[in-house]
Design a protein around this ligand. Structure first.
Ligand code: ADP
Length: 243
């Protein structure tokens, strides 16, 4: 299927980027009045809104855990987020993405501080263009910080793809569709350093060396995104020095 479409021309990708270059990213923290924390994020053509509520009393009550907070994460694609109108409501894909994303975030939230509570994360994909789960995780992390949820660090996420035999950072839709492999990553970053991988999914085929290269490239990408996440948070909370 990829025979007809050339994804790499003269060492550049379909949108003109270098192999190790991220799409343009824009992050704004605290954009919603009625949520405890929120974030609007663009990653290329992905447009994401994340909202966080909590810690708050669990509803329904029988889900409450006496020793820690429960974390819920809902990834939802708006019907107008993709070219062909998406049927509204959950599907297998969004249930799976919600599950793995929740697990990544749960590992860094200090849930033990809030027994019988819930921390609810809603992520709406307003426009999707591949890597939407990674963009959502980046937005959710900023929204969690904005909500003041105690965390051990932050989750930062990016995908890597294999395209025409090359390992490339942060693929767009055409690269995702017609490339040989797509690998979303999320890393746990603490004190400005990558501590561990919190999410790794892969479809397609890679050699051991290609996988090592993919991890290296993803690490480079997340450190750049982490900087932007920090800047967005600082921008909201920094108080200018009074002269
Ligand atoms: P991710 O967005 O995390 O890369 P996928 O690899 O499953 O997740 O999807 C890649 C892209 O395919 C999405 O970003 C979106 O642009 C498109 N897509 C996903 N699901 C649908 C759908 N139900 N209808 C139309 N396009 C979709």
């Amino acid at each position: 299927m990829s025979e007809d479409i050339k994804l790499i021309v003269n060492g550049k990708r379909i949108d003109g980027r270098a192999f190790d270059e991220l799409r343009n990213i824009r992050i704004e923290a605290g954009v919603l009045k009625n949520a405890d924390g929120s974030c609007y994020l663009e990653m290329g053509r992905n447009k994401i809104m994340a909202a966080v509520y909590g810690p708050r009393k669990v509803q329904p009550r029988h889900l409450a855990d006496p020793v820690k907070a429960i974390v819920r994460y809902r990834y939802n694609m708006a019907p107008f987020s993709v070219e062909e109108r998406k049927r509204p409501g959950p599907d297998r894909r969004s249930v799976e993405i919600s599950k793995v994303s929740r697990e990544a975030l749960e590992s860094i939230i200090m849930t033990e501080l809030f027994p019988r509570s819930s921390i609810d994360i809603f992520v709406e994909v307003l426009q999707a263009d591949a890597g939407s789960r990674t963009a959502c995780l980046n937005a959710a992390s900023v929204a969690l910080v904005d909500a003041g949820i105690p965390m051990r660090g932050i989750i930062t996420s990016v995908a890597v793809a294999k395209v025409d035999g090359h390992i490339v950072l942060d693929p767009v839709k055409e690269e995702d569709n017609f490339g040989e492999a797509d690998i979303p990553f999320a890393f746990f970053i603490r004190n400005g350093k990558i501590e561990s991988i919190a999410l790794l999914q892969m479809d397609g085929k890679l050699t051991k060396n290609e996988l090592i290269e993919a991890v290296k490239l993803a690490k480079k990408g997340v450190m750049e995104i982490y900087k932007l996440q920090r800047e967005a948070i600082m921008k909201k909370y920094i108080v200018e020095d009074v002269e």
